[in-house]
Design a protein around this ligand. Structure first.
Ligand code: ARG
Length: 595
């Protein structure tokens, strides 16, 4: 990574010039304005206090020292004490060369080796149709998993399916009340749909008649106590709901999950926790029989472990989950991709886990995200069951993408497949281009636009670059041997062509900026993981695409007469398209070769 190379150089220079100062973490960032170089650092400002020296003087001394390196054409000290680094073209050429030689490795690292990250997302609930409210968790969680894997982490995903809890009382009451016997039959037409209706209908009844709520609670208590009839029905409900979950995950193109540990899995692990909490005096039994942990003086209210009717709580199951995950996976981090409305729950959870001395409590974190809104207003509820179904949203995305593609490229051969990639990619990218904590409003025209910071724009840029490569190679004398459009053949031809005589090539600012942006790919992944938000990577890819576009609009690549220069341009096109494809992959988005 270039950034860490610079950090190291600064550290060495500081150590050489001021041997008595403690090593401090050196921050190197990318300046907003191109005139300020490729990277800059505020290290002199940070040092001025400890050294009791004017920051500008330190910056000057450092810049002199660092200017020795062939890595830079210039290291300038600017007021009030910043250092600006201008990377030498020769260094950029070398980096490009290494990308071309080993494109698969670019953006990969082993920094996470030996570390297990548990990422929990796409937590569907039994008998509730996956809907648009679930989409952010799936998209963000899947991208994080991909990014972690690319850095050598052992990333484990779990869905923590909502298959336990009082809502099963509602389901069971409704199911029995309807005289349903679906679970005894072999196949029914749309069992999931029926189940969903039962749930909605019973919920409505309960609203009218509070007594029914008590009866529903009793049904869950019976289930929890092992009532055979309730168990049998429950097993069936879980089974047909899991089918839906798999279908949805598949349709979204998520990486396979490592675990689907439903909340019910923790059933037999909860009693011990309650006993120990009582014994340690962390929890207490209150008058109505409930077991609670009093967090009121920490501003976190009462955390309920056991309800007054004896039923376990969501919180208690989550406590058992931390214990199990730590034991099973010995995680380094345990991340929950869950919407912001549950932040109070997770604060309680982590605090109680800490009070109970759980191993892994401090490594557990809520990776919260904001609401997805529709333009008509109103957040999409995850509980009411009235949200737009995921299936409907995905269908609409694909249909709309198909319409755009039919208009832009009517002759496209595999239009159906491409529409699928573009529709789904647009949806995912729209989400991931925002900081996960922001609320986002879904507007189809913006989501699917081919202009601006959108998925289709990135996909389109990638396809344009690929088409340049295809053209270059089909004009090439060796093209008969090369299978048209295949990455390997393009790559092989390029490798043979790209000479290391690049030092004679003079780059214009646009070409230099593109190359300097290209080499920041690993840094964008690192920065995204540092805040557990893929938007950093998305923003980087957008910048790369903008500069890539700028490049091929201003540089006549295929008609370049100087053969050496042309090969360099093609190498750049190859590298940029490779990074776009790989970057999109890390966001869970496919990049079609043509569109
Ligand atoms: N199924 C839950 C819900 O719909 C979300 C689960 C979040 N994960 C957790 N470990 N609590 O509210």
């Amino acid at each position: 990574m270039v950034r860490s190379e610079i950090q190291k150089k600064i550290q060495d220079a500081v150590a050489a010039l001021y041997p008595d100062t403690a090593v401090l973490p050196v921050e190197v960032s990318v300046p907003e304005q191109r005139e300020h170089g490729n990277y800059s650092s505020n290290v002199a400002l940070l040092l001025s206090h400890a050294l009791k020296k004017n920051p500008m003087e330190i910056a000057q001394q450092l810049s002199e020292k660092l200017s020795d390196s062939t890595m830079f054409t210039k290291v300038e000290a600017v007021k009030p004490g910043f250092l600006n680094f201008f990377i030498a073209d020769q260094k950029l050429f070398e980096l490009l060369q290494s990308v071309i030689e080993n494109p698969e490795m670019f953006g990969q690292s082993t920094i996470g080796k030996g570390k297990t990250v548990m990422v929990e997302y796409f937590q569907l609930n039994i008998a509730k149709r996956p809907h648009i409210g679930h989409i952010r968790s799936a998209i963000i969680g899947d991208a994080l998993k991909r990014m972690f894997l690319s850095q050598g982490y052992h990333a484990i995903s779990d869905t923590h399916v909502g298959d336990w809890g009082t809502q099963f009382g509602i389901l069971l009451l409704g199911y029995k009340g309807a005289g349903a016997d679906l679970h005894t039959k072999e196949i029914t037409e749309d069992p999931f749909g029926e189940l969903e209706e039962i749930y909605l209908a019973e919920n409505a009844k309960i609203k009218e008649d509070p007594l029914r709520r008590e009866r529903a609670k009793q049904e869950f208590v019976k289930l929890e106590q092992g009532d055979p009839e309730n168990r049998k029905i429950w097993v069936w409900m879980v089974e047909i709901s899991m089918q839906k979950l798999f279908e949805a995950a598949n349709r979204l193109g998520l990486l396979p999950f490592d675990e689907h540990r439903g909340e019910s899995f923790y059933e037999d692990k909860m009693q011990l926790i309650v006993e120990s909490a009582l014994q340690r005096g962390v929890a207490k039994k209150i008058d109505d029989g409930a077991v609670i942990v009093d967090l009121t003086n920490e501003g976190l209210d009462e955390a309920v472990l056991i309800k007054s009717d004896g039923a376990s709580t969501y919180l208690l199951r989550d406590l058992a989950t931390i214990q199990y995950r730590k034991k099973e996976w010995n995680f380094w981090k345990n991340l929950y991709v869950v919407d912001v409305r549950q932040s109070h729950h997770f604060k309680q959870l982590f605090r109680v886990a800490e009070m109970l001395g759980f191993d892994g409590a401090g490594e557990s974190q809520h990776v919260e995200y904001g609401f997805m809104k529709l333009p008509e207003g109103g957040a999409i509820s995850t509980r009411g069951g009235t949200g737009i179904s995921l299936e409907k949203v995905l269908n609409e995305a694909e249909e709309r993408a198909a319409a755009v593609i039919a208009q832009k490229n009517p002759a496209l051969a595999n239009a159906k497949e491409v529409s699928h990639m573009v529709g789904l990619g647009a949806l995912k990218y729209f989400d991931l281009s925002h900081h996960r904590k922001s609320d986002i409003t879904f507007e189809w025209d913006r989501v699917l636009s081919f202009e601006g910071n959108t998925g289709p724009y990135l996909q389109y840029t990638h396809a344009r670059l690929k088409s340049i490569l295809r053209k270059a190679i089909s004009h090439h004398p060796e093209s008969a041997a090369a299978e048209e459009g295949s990455l390997m053949s393009q790559h092989e031809i390029l490798l043979r062509q790209l000479t290391d005589q690049n030092d004679t090539i003079v780059l214009d600012p646009i070409q230099r900026n593109l190359l300097a942006t290209l080499i920041r790919f690993p840094e964008a992944i690192e920065d995204g993981l540092a805040v557990w938000s893929p938007h950093v990577l998305a923003g980087y890819l957008y910048e790369l695409a903008v500069r890539g576009n700028e490049f091929y609009h201003t540089t006549p690549i295929l008609t370049e007469a100087d053969e050496e220069k042309k090969q360099f341009f093609l190498a750049l096109v190859f590298a940029v398209s490779t990074v776009l494809k790989k970057g999109l992959y890390l966001l869970g988005i496919d990049a079609p070769e043509e569109m």
